[in-house]
Each structure stands twice: as C-alpha cells, then as structure tokens.
Write a protein that binds this ligand. Structure first.
Ligand SMILES: O=C(O)c1ccccc1NCC(=O)[C@H](O)[C@H](O)COP(=O)(O)O
Length: 266
C-alpha cells in the first residue's frame, strides 16, 4: 500500500486539477501578484536569534494523520493572537498554518483569519507540488511556503522556489535525511528545516536533527521541526546550536497556546 506522503500528494494533484477548473492559473497568478506586501518571515526569525532568544514558528493545526484530532476548540484567529502575545516577553516569531483539508482539517480561511488577527509572518503549511499552489499561497496571504524535499525532485524544488521568491516570499525547505539535505542545499533559500518526524512512518526522534547538524553550512538557518514537547528538548537543541523551532502539538494541546509557548521557551 502507498504510504501517507504518496497518498497526500495524489490528493493534492486532484485538488489542483479541480481548483484550476474553477480558477485558471493566470487568474490565480494575477491575484497573487496583486498582493504587494509580504511580512518578513526570515527577518522575524533572525531578529529573535539576534536578541538571544529562540525563534519559534508556532503552528496552527487541528488534526494530523499521526495524531487524529489534536484540538477540538479550534479558533485560528484566537490561537494566532495568543501566539503573538505569548506572556508579553516570550512570543512567537512566525506562524505556520495548515491549509490541507483532507488530512489535517485545515483550510485557506484559517490562514487568512490567523494572519488578519496579528502582525506575524505566516507560513502556508501544505504539500506543494505545483506552481498553482504557490500563487494560491500568496493569494491567500502567505509570506512563506514549505517545500518538502521528499515530495519533489530537484527541478521542481528550484521552480517552486523561484516562483515564491519572485513574489518576495520566503521558502522553508524541509528534509529528513542526508540525501534530501544535500539536494536542499542546492537551493537559494537560507531557511532549512530538518523534520524529526518521518512522514512515511510517523516515527519521531530529535536525533534526526542532531545527526545532520554538522553538515548544515553556516549560511543556512536551521529550523528543527516536530517532536519538541518539553523544556529538555529545547535545551538539547539550543546547546547543540539550534535556535529556530517549528512546534505544533505541544501548543495545540494546551488551553492557552501562547502561554504554553512562553513556558516551553522561557
Ligand atoms: O504530523 C503528521 O502526522 C504528519 C503526517 C504526514 C505529513 C506531515 C505530518 N506532519 C507535519 C509536521 O511535521 C508537523 O505538523 C510539524 O512539524 C509540527 O510537529 P509537532 O510539533 O510534532 O506537532
């Protein structure tokens, strides 16, 4: 049987075909390029790190294939505000909003609502396989896209990156093993995510980041993704020199996500 990543990508291709019938590529591109101002995603991460703090990309996700429904009480605008506020001193640098409907119960509207309720730059967290989705991401207001190396070949990654950068968007390229890491390093983007979760088996270990750390050049900003649950995880990463984090579940299960963020990164 096909693994979950292959299933997700197959559904994406169907969704894109259907979306293009409703709104052709040129019309989506026009909408995307009509939005001029992006929020500086990379700059927001760098500012936190320059201030000696952790740079946290705080995720808004209702459900996932590995965990099912994670948060019943799900109001993206309230969650975004909570992340933007933190405890007043410790707060998110950026947001990541799941827009995939079928596997994560996300939506484009959630991204729009989250972005409208705060001043943080926003990553569209989805499975990008086609230029159409990059224009769609910008049209819905996203400031950054995610490229998952495990879903894309080199030419596709470079193509999607160029389209996003042409619209002044940031690009976070995500890898899970050495082969993907070295392919991702051929891109221009400085934002490199190492996902501690194997998206095909759902196994999670922070060792994934630690094992690849020495092969990440200094000109890349490394973001450790998934499985950051406790303060000892944060400490382990920061001691290893990793200062940017993408965290979802630990915040989504807390009554007040922004306070959970402030506690985890105090
Ligand atoms: O989380 C899943 O089940 C999953 C399955 C297939 C593809 C992607 C998946 N998750 C995306 C992510 O890796 C996380 O949303 C993100 O890195 C935050 O992780 P966490 O802090 O562990 O919620």
């Amino acid at each position: 049987m096909s693994d979950i990543l292959n299933q997700i990508v197959a559904v994406k291709r169907e969704e894109i075909a259907a979306a293009r019938k409703k709104k052709p590529l040129e019309a989506m591109r026009f909408d995307a390029e009509s939005r001029v101002l992006t929020r500086d995603f990379e700059g927001a991460l760098r500012a936190k790190i320059a201030a000696g703090q952790a740079a946290v990309i705080a995720e808004i996700k209702k459900a996932s294939p590995s965990k099912g429904v994670i948060r019943e009480d799900f109001i993206p605008a309230d969650i975004a505000q909570s992340y933007a506020e933190g405890n007043g001193q410790v707060r998110a640098a950026c947001l990541s909003v799941l827009t995939d409907r079928q596997f994560f119960q996300g939506s484009a509207d959630y991204l729009k609502q989250a972005r409208a309720s705060c001043d943080l730059p926003v990553l569209r967290k989805d499975f990008m396989v086609d230029p159409y989705q990059v224009y769609e991401a910008r049209a819905m207001g996203a400031d950054c896209i995610l490229l998952i190396a495990g879903c894309l070949d080199d030419a596709q990654m470079a193509d999607l990156e160029a389209i996003a950068m042409g619209m002044n968007m940031a690009v976070l390229v995500e890898v899970h093993d050495r082969d993907e890491l070295h392919r991702a390093l051929r891109l221009k983007t400085p934002l490199l995510g190492i996902n501690n979760r194997n998206l095909r088996t759902f196994d999670v270990t922070l060792q994934t980041t630690l094992d690849m750390l020495s092969e990440v050049p200094d000109d890349r900003m490394l973001v450790t993704e998934s499985g950051i649950l406790g303060r000892e995880d944060v400490q382990t990463m920061r001691e290893a020199g990793v200062h940017a984090f993408l965290v979802g579940e630990a915040f989504m299960r807390a009554p007040e996500p922004g306070l959970a963020l402030a506690e985890l990164f105090a």
